[in-house]
Design a protein around this ligand. Structure first.
Ligand SMILES: NC(=O)c1ccc[n+]([C@@H]2O[C@H](COP(=O)([O-])OP(=O)(O)OC[C@H]3O[C@@H](n4cnc5c(N)ncnc54)[C@H](OP(=O)(O)O)[C@@H]3O)[C@@H](O)[C@H]2O)c1
Length: 257
C-alpha cells in the first residue's frame, strides 16, 4: 500500500530533516520533487513539477496528509495553487504549509509569493495548518559565505535576522503534521536577533579571515521594510532552541561570539 503522507520538497534542506523524523515516528512517506532519488525502505520518491503541474495529480493520489515544503525563489503561489487543486481532487484531509515570517509585510517577490501560497491553502476548503518560520541558519550561512568571497563585504544597515535552526523547524512541523489541522499557528523564529554586520563578523572570525565591512543602504520599499524589522517577529513567535553561534561552531568547527 502506498504511504498516505506526502511531503513535497522532501529532498531539500528542511525536507531532508523532516522525512527521517516522520520515519522514526513510524510513518511511511511519499516524497515529491522534480529530481527524485531512489526509493528506500518506507520512503517512496515520485517525480512531479509543482510549477508546471506535471505529475502532481499522480503524486497526490491516495494522500491523506500533505506537508508542502517545496519552494523556490519564484512562483510558490502558482506551485501551491497547483498542489491545492490536486489535493482537493484527491480528498486530502490535512494540508500543512511552511511559510515565512513577514510574508504579508516584506515587499519582495519571494515574500509575496509565499503570501499567495498561504492564501491558496487557507482558501482551499481543505483542513489546513500554516507555520511561518524565520530564515534558517543554513540560508544565513550561505549569504555570509557569498559575501565573504568579496574583497569588501557590503553590510546593509538595519538588516537583521532572527535565524532559526532548520532542525527546530523540522521538529515543529512533525508535531503539526501528526496533529489536527490548526489554521495559522504561532510563528517560529530563532532564539535571538542578529544584525547582518554581526553575522558577517561572526563568519569572518570563525573562518579566520579579515575583510573590511562597507556599510550600505538597501534602497526602496524593501529597504524600509527590512529596517523596520518587517521580516522579524520579536513579540509573539515561538523560539527555536539552537543558536546561530552554536550552528556556526558546529558547521565550521570554530567558537564564535
Ligand atoms: N530557507 C529558509 O530560510 C526558509 C525560511 C522560511 C521558509 N522557508 C520555506 O521552507 C521551504 C523549504 O526550504 P528549504 O530551504 O529546505 O528549500 P530547498 O533546500 O531549496 O529545497 C526545496 C525543495 O523543493 C523541491 N522543489 C523545488 N521546486 C520544485 C518544483 N517546481 N516542483 C517540485 N518540487 C520542487 C526541491 O527538489 P527538486 O529541486 O528536486 O525539485 C527541494 O526538495 C520552502 O518552501 C521555503 O520557502 C525557507
Amino acid at each position: 500500500m502506498s504511504p498516505s503522507l506526502l511531503v513535497t520538497g522532501g529532498t531539500g534542506t528542511l525536507g531532508g530533516l523532516v522525512v527521517p523524523l516522520l520515519r522514526a515516528a513510524g510513518h511511511d512517506v511519499r516524497v515529491l520533487s522534480r529530481h527524485p532519488r531512489e526509493s528506500s525502505a518506507g520512503v517512496e520518491h515520485v517525480a512531479a513539477d509543482l510549477l508546471t503541474g506535471d505529475g502532481v495529480e499522480r503524486a497526490v493520489a491516495g494522500a491523506g496528509t500533505v506537508l508542502h515544503l517545496a519552494g523556490g525563489p519564484k512562483g510558490d503561489d502558482r506551485a501551491t495553487a497547483n498542489l491545492v487543486r490536486a489535493a482537493t481532487g484527491a480528498g486530502v484531509r490535512h494540508l500543512v504549509l511552511i511559510s515565512v515570517i513577514g510574508a504579508d509585510r516584506v515587499p519582495l517577490g519571494y515574500f509575496r509569493a509565499k503570501l499567495g501560497a498561504e492564501e491558496a491553502v487557507a482558501g482551499s476548503g481543505l483542513p489546513w495548518t500554516t507555520l511561518r518560520a524565520a530564515q534558517f541558519h543554513d540560508l544565513v550561512l550561505t549569504v555570509a559565505r557569498k559575501m565573504a568571497a568579496l574583497p569588501v563585504l557590503p553590510a546593509p544597515g538595519g538588516l537583521r535576522f532572527q535565524p532559526v535552526d532548520a532542525r527546530d523547524v523540522a521538529d515543529r512541523l512533525v508535531e503539526l503534521v501528526l496533529g489536527a489541522p490548526a489554521g495559522r499557528v504561532r510563528d517560529l523564529a530563532g532564539p535571538a536577533v542578529h544584525g547582518m554586520d554581526e553575522i558577517l563578523r561572526d563568519y569572518l572570525r570563525a573562518t579566520g579571515r579579515r575583510r573590511p565591512l562597507l556599510p550600505v543602504r538597501i534602497p526602496g520599499a524593501a529597504g524600509r521594510a527590512y529596517r523596520a524589522g518587517d521580516n522579524l517577529n520579536v513579540d509573539t513567535a515561538d523560539r527555536g532552541r539552537r543558536t546561530w553561534e552554536d550552528f556556526l561552531a558546529e558547521r565550521l568547527g570554530a567558537v564564535v561570539g
